[in-house]
Structure formats: C-alpha cells, structure tokens
Design a protein around this ligand. Structure first.
Ligand SMILES: CC(C)(COP(=O)(O)OP(=O)(O)OC[C@H]1O[C@@H](n2cnc3c(N)ncnc32)[C@H](O)[C@@H]1OP(=O)(O)O)[C@@H](O)C(=O)NCCC(=O)NCCS
Length: 172
C-alpha cells in the first residue's frame, strides 16, 4: 500500500526542501513566485515552528521520489482569531490528478476536527486555479469573497478567491 499523508518529522527537512525547490522550479502560474522556503534555514524554521505549535499542521505525502505533496495549516495566534487559520495544499506536477490532494485534504480535516477550539479553515486561491477551487469546493469550502486583481501574473492581474469551511464537528 502507498504511504498515507503524515505529520512532518525533523529529519524530513532535506526532503521537504527538495519538494519546495521542485515546486518553485515548476513556475506554477497559481503560486506567487519566490514565495516558498527553499533555503535549508527557512525549511528548518518551518519544520521547527510546526513541531512547537500543536495547533498547526505540516503534513507530507511520500512516494519513492521523496516528498511529493504537502498540506500546511497555520492557525491565527490572536485570542480573538485562534478559532481559524489558513490552509494550503500542493502536490508536485507529475503526481497531480492521482488523488493525493484528496488524501491530504481528508487527513487535514480528520485532524482539524479534533483540535481544541478550531472552527474554521480558510484558503486563498488564484481565481484561475480551477483544479484547486474544485478540490476545495468538493470538500465543502464555500466562497467568502474576492481580492480583486490581487496578484500579477505576467501582464495579467488575477483575482484571489477566499474560501472557508467549518472544521469542527458542529459544522460538518
Ligand atoms: C490543487 C492540487 C493540490 C490538487 O492536487 P491533486 O493531487 O492533483 O488532486 P486530486 O488528484 O486529489 O484531485 C482532487 C480533486 O481536485 C480536482 N482536480 C484535480 N485536478 C484537476 C484538474 N486538472 N482540473 C480540474 N479539477 C481537478 C478535482 O475536483 C478532483 O476530484 P475529482 O477528480 O473527483 O473531480 C494540485 O493541483 C496542486 O498542487 N496545484 C499546484 C499548487 C496549488 O495550486 N495549490 C493550491 C494553492 S491554494
């Protein structure tokens, strides 16, 4: 059986860095260029931050090639906002369309339902990113709003959609 998504471990840092480097090298039109942690220090900081914050999620899915997919959830720290946070998913191009995004989302939601006081997960997604929007909507995320022309991609200005869903048992 193929490995299921699992929380990242400290020793995953080099494989995680290779994942971010591969994702950056794709020049994916749905991600902000240069926005990923690709230096050893930045990846180690990311992993350390996750290990120190039990209400955050950094889940990886592996194949023989190494880390090929990631779910990242960052909860808000402010007491009035600690019931929600931001989720992002990514799967490397050669591995897309095989259900890994679905597996990562299902693993995230199962975990999030048990996190004390967590109520909402939000995502921000380029309006042009049909695969991601479809995945999020299939899992019950609904559209909260739009940041008009919030990202420049080449000569175009692209809207960023805000979607969210309840993650606590009550909202399911
Ligand atoms: C979004 C992403 C994580 C989906 O991962 P994936 O492993 O390809 O997704 P899956 O194979 O699990 O497919 C899950 C659902 O996603 C949607 N989807 C996946 N690929 C799609 C495509 N090419 N076109 C339309 N919908 C697609 C579908 O709803 C699919 O379910 P269905 O086939 O039952 O309809 C992946 O495309 C990705 O990493 N993209 C680049 C990074 C990114 O945009 N991340 C999101 C930033 S907010």
């Amino acid at each position: 059986m193929e490995p299921a998504p699992r929380p990242v471990r400290a020793e995953d840092a080099p494989a995680l860095r290779a994942f971010f480097q591969a994702l950056e090298a794709e020049r994916c039109p749905f991600l902000l260029e240069g926005g990923l942690p690709t230096t050893p220090d930045s990846v180690e900081d990311l992993v350390q931050g996750f290990l120190e914050e039990p209400r955050s999620a950094l889940w990886v899915v592996e194949r023989d090639a190494g880390v090929v997919g990631l779910a990242q959830f960052a909860p808000h720290a402010h007491p009035q906002q600690r019931h929600w946070g931001h989720l992002a998913l990514a799967v490397l191009a050669p591995w897309r369309g095989r259900g890994l995004g679905r597996d990562l989302m299902a693993a995230f939601l199962a975990w999030a339902g048990g996190v004390d006081g967590l109520r909402h997960a939000a995502v921000e997604v380029f309006a042009t990113n049909a695969p991601a929007i479809r995945l999020y909507e299939r899992f019950g995320f609904t559209r909260d709003g739009v940041k008009r022309a919030a990202a420049r991609v080449g000569e175009d200005f692209v809207d960023i959609l805000l979607l969210s869903r309840r993650v606590d048992t009550l909202g399911k």
